[in-house]
Design a protein around this ligand. Sequence first.
Ligand code: PLP
Length: 447
Amino acid sequence: MSEVDHSKIRELEHRNFRNDDFWKEIPAWADVSRGEFADHKWQLKNSIRKVEQVEKVLGSKISKEHMDDIKAGQKITPMNIRITPYIFALIDWRDPLSCPLRKQFLPMGSQFLEDHPYYQSDSLGEDVDSPVPMLTHRYPDKVLFLPTTICPVYCSYCTRSRIIGGSTESIEKETYGANQKKWDDVFEYLSNHPKVEDVVVSGGDAFMLTPKQIRYIGENLLRIPHIRRIRLATKGVAIFPQKVLTDDDWFEAVQDIHKLGRSFGKQVVIHTHFSCAKEITKWSQMAMDRLFQAGIVVRNQAVLQEGVNNHVDEMVLLTRQVGYLNIQPYYVYMHDMVPGCEHFRTTLKEAEELEKAVRGTTAGFNTPTFVCDLPGGGGKRHVASYEYYDEENGISVWKAPHVKPGELFTYFDPIHKLSAEAQARWKDPQKRQEMIDAAIAVVKNQE
Ligand SMILES: *Cc1c(COP(=O)(O)O)cnc(C)c1O
């Protein structure tokens, strides 16, 4: 008998797509047929929106201890609960503590850490660089348009937790849903700014825009002569593939905008957000097949997260698997320094190591760029392009020559990952300031 070559099996793991009736393991959904589960309306109607529903749907499948921990999480997290049955059923309920999907969408109180002293609710400075409501204009030729503040799922690590998904016990928010009134101001601003060629339509999530709204936004943007590229940003492909498969009105709206763009010689693409291979199933493959056949390019943007994808094997598997689905891995982001996320953050060193390990494992055009979106609005920078990195104290200093010439930016590693001595230094506000000043001085002295 020949030995099984496990390394070979692992090499091809990315071609396996889960296709069992996994949702039937959730007591409340034991009798839900494949046809019902495939229906986007069923998915929407049965989405988990309240902590009580978690308990109700799972019954005895979750221990009291874990349930209490999830309830405690709701008192701390800046994000409300919203999870599609698809993702909820993919959570490993035998080991919820370490399941990467549970971590992302249903935080446990026991896993939160104290926020970093330099966290900011608008860490990237999106509101500062906003010339009209719902628009951030930071780079010369590309803009970020946020037409909605709602999503089909809420990620507990959301970089826009300040505006997305409604108030929670820990934070009051001024969300605006999908407020169409101000969209025309955005179109007018863009018409008057001929340098802009590229519009990211994000939010919130483009999955929540109605077909009519998608057409309205798409047609208005495509009619502006200098706009050449539109990206619809949605986590939907990853966490709600049933909508791509069965919401024909929505699909046709996206398809029509894509065709209209093509007739003008312009790009309309989708940017999605898969974080780990556990989110990928046969449903993802079917949804991607439909988009691919319609000629719609899809790219992936992941966020580097502790216990979700900060391991080489997991990152390589994710990269290969999305590539296999005809999704181009575009970015892996360092975690933004926003509230309620310290337990998710990784060090810059880890990001650099992962970048090194992933490069070379697959086609170069399917290899993501690892970036740090600089706190304070410096924009996205390659993780190895810092000016100086004090690894011991977790302080990196950066420049953004084109976006903010002459300015220096700092990013800080999560304190709990530093040595005991460094952690002690961070506790002392004066020492903390000295360390940061010293790091900045190194860069200034190089100039
Ligand atoms: C990320 C981002 C963009 C798009 O940047 P790319 O690097 O082209 O993906 C545009 N505007 C803002 C404000 C952004 O944060």
